[in-house]
Design a protein around this ligand. Structure first.
Ligand code: PFF
Ligand code: NA
Length: 447
């Protein structure tokens, strides 16, 4: 529907930056650093890298190929490759996941915006940053204000469209993000005693690996690459036929991985140098790091840069989450972009209220031992994304068939050639590995 005037990225570079913008987010900086810290550092990072290459890369190519082939957003894409079957529900699952993820992602992104402003006032040594964080999130109005502001910024870009909105802002924000990240890495590495952090990060201790390490690494690979919910089907549907899919995906993976690895170099040397604990958990970015910045020369300035980086990264990921839903309404329901964006943005703002208030008015709500925000995170990250990835790989391997994915991935001819090996990966490795994560995640939580 409406394919005649479907917008397209102006170049491969436009696609790569937009898709890397989606991939690079809170997952690379906030989530990656706390899971790597909790799972013991280097050994985890190594397994994570293997998961990215063996599982993340083939699945990313598969999703982009589905979108590029059909020129449709997820629901329409499955409908056009398997008409009159229930496979379109895989796309519907993606749309649902987009609502759930963006509504809590925006809340955390709102904290990050708020901290960007707090940093301007400077981080001062000796303050209790745990209390400060708790005071921030248990307030009723401030987190709602920052969540709303973040959604408004996202809407401003999405209403402007694929090229004038997403691509344009990815081209401005992604280079900024890289520059800030390099500055933070240089600051971290030049602190006295930084080498203890570097060795925590680089010398694997395989004694610390458990089953949980593998599963956490795979889950992180999924989340960080924006896989399993149709973001890459949607972005792939705007990729011109003249661009090669497997090469483009290689660039996106490379950028996302580089940002995650560099974020580790920005964070762990500083944490060790100033004597903090790397296993700071979820609070590593908002509690441990402000305390670290407070102790460091020029800390207020670098703290400001850090939270600006985190906010920018979150923003370009939010574009992709909102775009999945908006593209569905445009493609399938014939809605106008502005109307679709405003309505969806408003619904997501409302859906974000329960997790925002989960630390204040709704703090008594507890679902399986989790607060509301953790519940949203759990449902989307541990259930909806792996389920979407599982269904997508079964679909590609057994319904659409690997030879068709291979043809789309290699067309037009590029540097990275997909061969028969892809068939084995998509038919066996992906369903088994993803199925294991899914089942483990559920069993671990409910039993
Ligand atoms: N990849 C993003 C990150 O690492 O923060 C998170 C994300 C964005 C997940 C979009 C899923 C998605 F569809
Ligand atoms: Na990421």
């Amino acid at each position: 529907m409406g394919n005649g005037n479907r917008e397209q990225w102006a170049s491969r570079f436009g696609f790569i930056l937009a898709a890397a913008g989606s991939a690079v987010g809170l997952g690379n900086i906030w989530r990656f650093s706390y899971v790597a810290g909790d799972q013991g550092g280097a050994a985890f990072v190594l397994i994570y890298l293997i998961a990215i290459i063996l599982i993340g890369y083939p699945l990313m190519v598969t999703e982009i190929a589905i979108g590029r082939k059909t020129q449709q957003s997820p629901i329409g894409a499955f409908k056009s490759l398997a008409p009159d079957t229930p496979w379109w529900l895989t796309g519907a699952l993606g749309v649902l996941a987009a609502f759930v993820i963006l509504s809590f992602y925006s809340v955390v992104a709102g904290w990050s915006l708020a901290y960007t402003f707090k940093a301007i006032g400077g981080f001062v040594p000796g303050l209790d940053y745990e209390t400060i964080f708790v005071e921030h999130i248990t307030d009723v109005f401030a987190p709602i204000f920052w969540h709303a502001l973040f959604m408004i910024l996202t809407l401003l870009v999405i209403t402007a469209g694929v090229v004038k909105g997403i691509q344009r802002w990815a081209k401005i924000l992604m280079p900024m993000l890289f520059v800030i990240l390099i500055a933070l890495v240089l600051r971290g590495l030049t602190l006295e005693g930084a080498s203890a952090g570097v060795s925590f990060y680089l010398s694997p201790d395989f004694g610390e690996i458990t089953g949980e390490t593998f599963l956490t690494a795979l889950g992180q690979a999924f989340f960080t690459l924006s896989l399993g919910m149709g973001v890459l089907i949607t972005y792939g549907s705007y990729l011109p036929k003249r661009e090669n899919v497997s090469d483009s995906a290689g660039w996106v993976i490379g950028m996302d991985t580089m940002v995650a690895l560099l974020a580790g170099f920005a964070i762990f040397p500083a944490v060790f140098s100033l004597g903090f604990d790397p296993a700071g958990g979820v609070g590593l970015a908002f509690i441990t790091l402000p305390a670290v910045f407070a102790e460091m020369p020029w800390g207020g300035f670098f703290g400001f840069l850090f939270f600006l980086l985190l906010s920018i990264a979150a923003l370009t990921s939010a574009f992709s989450l909102l775009e999945v839903v908006v593209a569905w309404l445009i493609d399938e329901k014939g809605w106008d972009r502005i109307k679709a964006s405003l309505l969806v943005g408003f619904i997501i703002f409302l859906l974000g209220l329960p997790p925002t208030l989960g630390y204040s008015l709704l703090s008594h709500v507890n679902i399986l031992g989790m607060d509301i925000l953790d519940t949203y995170d759990f449902i989307s990250g541990n259930i909806l994304l792996p389920l979407g990835g599982l269904l997508t790989s079964i679909f590609a391997g057994y319904v659409w068939k690997s030879k068709n994915v291979i043809a789309e991935a290699n067309n037009p001819k590029g540097k990275i050639i997909f061969g028969e090996w892809y068939g084995y990966i998509i038919q066996y490795l992906l369903p088994l590995a993803i199925g294991a994560v899914l089942i483990w995640g559920i069993v671990d939580t409910f039993f």
